[in-house]
Design a protein. Structure first.
Lengths: 280, 277
């Protein structure tokens, strides 16, 4: 376990150097927060323009919280799997990982930590922007900040699990399959109800949505921040039940991702794909 | 002075480079089945999220058509950013950029090949978004206006990919900041170009600034062709094709100059290859 933690720490440090050491901290900060701020503004204007006055303030809070916390999914999910392509094809270092006394999985988790840090920065800035610039009724006195941090951390574990699963897939597919990873993010964006209530989905899609941990995660976060329920199909669940579902789903995803990753890793090694180059 | 035979030979070599660079992308795209899924079905799902969000916000149905058309156009803009503007950066990271530089062909021929290949790659994505929008969300595209819309679309693509050539020359100089810079050109441009709603809603000043981007003008024009006044157009439709032609000519000229300048600068500053340490 100590060795695994050391590898995660080394992977995090390397990830941080790769991500950030080309710029001074302020410039890097600016680059890191532009995306979440731009998406917040897109949603803000979208609600104002598109709804033509029909949308309530609550509707925007719903969109805002879903979109802001979904940043973790898009950044971490893509970040972990992208590290495989970068190391395999750009830096050509993936093969050397195998000659070092470490396992690839904790190393990739470490690489993902950097994305978690930059995503956290983006979420915090977007949250503050929403609270103080857009004047949203979020973060009021009585908000259970400790529970919010805990829920976020739990969601992150499940995102990291899926990221590891995708990293496994990345080991056996070509570089431009990064679209697959971005596409899966789009799929989760649709099915987890990040920007619209899941009751708007057709029945079959709602069933899939209710099997995703992100659906419960976003609902729990919305409840913790605002104190009220949002998704109608989840109204019957108490906060405690949402916690239990989220914990169980996270555990299942983590185990499944580990098994999938190991299978893909074996296939990549057997197929001579560890140092393949596919930049067309 | 270039003799006729030399000119013909140069033309042949450059057309060969265009064809070869485009072919790599087209063949690669369809050889990878995972790409087809990732590039077509999943982006459609993201666009679907916005259509459903619009329904949740009780937006007029024409806005759903706007977001579908915007979703198709986003695919091309993202292709310009990630597979054209930043492509030289990726090539540099892989140590292949110098191979381009030693070939006796114009950099613009290579970029044109990338553009044509990229358009072929991206068209499947855009087509699935449009077809999915029409079939699953019953978005109405007036069939009798498809031809003029397609003409403006082609003109828009030419101008957008010419802009991509200019960006490519800038990215030639950049290192790892290229990744973040491409991100910087992504979401903010999605906002400014009116991908999700008519750009006129941003106000005249911001809208006019945004209209300097050919993708904004093209999308504005295509929506006007399809939906007339309901499109809340920014620029009168008759002005858009000549402006696009003007932008295309300007961007091609600037790209040619910029590529030569940046390449020379890159050589002097040693930025065309990776540095150790």
């Amino acid at each position: 376990m100590k060795r695994v933690l050391e590898v995660i720490r080394a992977g995090s440090w390397l990830g941080w150097q790769v991500e950030a050491n080309w710029a001074d901290p302020f410039l890097f900060f600016v680059y890191s927060v532009v995306k979440p701020l731009a998406t917040t503004l897109i949603l803000f204007l979208m609600v104002r323009v598109v709804s033509q006055g029909h949308a309530t303030a609550e509707a925007f809070v719903f969109l805002f919280l879903g979109n802001t916390f979904f940043l973790y999914v898009s950044e971490v999910l893509i970040g972990i799997s992208w590290a495989v392509f970068r190391d395999r094809e750009d830096y050509e270092t993936l093969k050397y990982i195998y000659t070092a006394p470490l396992h690839l999985l904790p190393y990739l988790l470490g690489r993902g930590m950097t994305k978690m840090a930059t995503a956290t920065l983006g979420v915090i800035v977007a949250f503050l922007f929403g609270r103080f610039v857009l004047g949203l009724p979020i973060g009021a006195v009585g908000t259970p900040w400790g529970l919010l941090v805990l829920a976020t951390a739990l969601g992150l574990i499940s995102v990291a699990g899926l990221g590891i699963g995708l990293a496994g897939t990345s080991l056996v597919v070509a570089r431009h399959s990064i679209n697959l990873n971005e596409g899966l993010t789009g799929l989760f964006y649709l099915l987890s109800g990040a920007i619209f209530p899941i009751e708007m989905l057709p029945g079959w899609a709602q069933s899939i949505s209710l099997a995703l941990p992100f659906t419960y995660w976003l609902e729990l976060i919305r409840r913790l921040v605002t104190g009220r329920t949002f998704a109608a199909p989840l109204e019957r669940y108490s906060n405690g039940e949402l916690w239990l579902i989220l914990i169980a789903a996270t555990a299942m995803i983590s185990v499944a991702a580990w098994v999938w990753f190991r299978g893909c890793e074996y296939r990549a090694r057997a197929g001579g794909l560890i140092d393949v180059k596919t930049n067309y | 002075m270039i003799r006729g035979g030399d000119l013909a030979e140069r033309l042949r070599v450059n057309l060969g480079a265009v064809s070869a660079r485009a072919r790599v992308r087209i063949v690669a795209s369809y050889r990878e089945r995972s790409w087809i899924v990732g590039e077509t079905i999943f982006p459609f799902l993201t666009m679907s999220a916005f259509v459903l969000a619009y329904r949740g916000l009780k937006a007029p149905p024409v806005y759903e058509a706007f977001v579908v058309l915007g979703g198709a156009m986003i695919a091309y803009w993202n292709n310009v950013l990630w597979s054209m503007a930043s492509q030289f950066f990726w090539e540099k990271e892989q140590g292949q950029l110098q191979l381009y530089l030693i070939t006796p062909v114009s950099r613009m021929s290579i970029l044109l090949g990338m553009a044509l290949g990229g358009i072929a790659m991206t068209t499947s994505r855009a087509a699935v978004i449009l077809a999915g929008g029409a079939l699953l969300f019953h978005i109405h595209f007036p069939v009798d206006r498809v031809l003029p819309a397609f003409g403006l679309f082609l003109l828009t693509l030419a101008a957008v990919y010419s802009l991509g050539m200019i960006l490519s020359s800038l990215f030639l100089m950049w290192g790892r900041e290229a990744w973040y810079t491409a991100t910087l050109f992504q979401e903010p441009i999605h906002l400014l170009s009116g991908f999700y709603f008519p750009v006129r809603a941003l106000g005249t000043a911001v809208g006019s600034f945004a209209a300097l981007l050919p993708v904004t003008l093209g999308l504005d024009g295509i929506r006007q062709i399809f939906y007339g006044p309901a499109a809340h157009g920014l620029v009168p439709l008759v002005w858009i094709p000549p402006i696009q032609v003007g932008l295309l000519s300007l961007f091609l000229y600037l790209a040619h100059r910029s590529l030569a300048t940046m390449e020379n600068l890159g050589k002097r500053e040693g930025r065309l290859t990776l540095r150790g340490g």
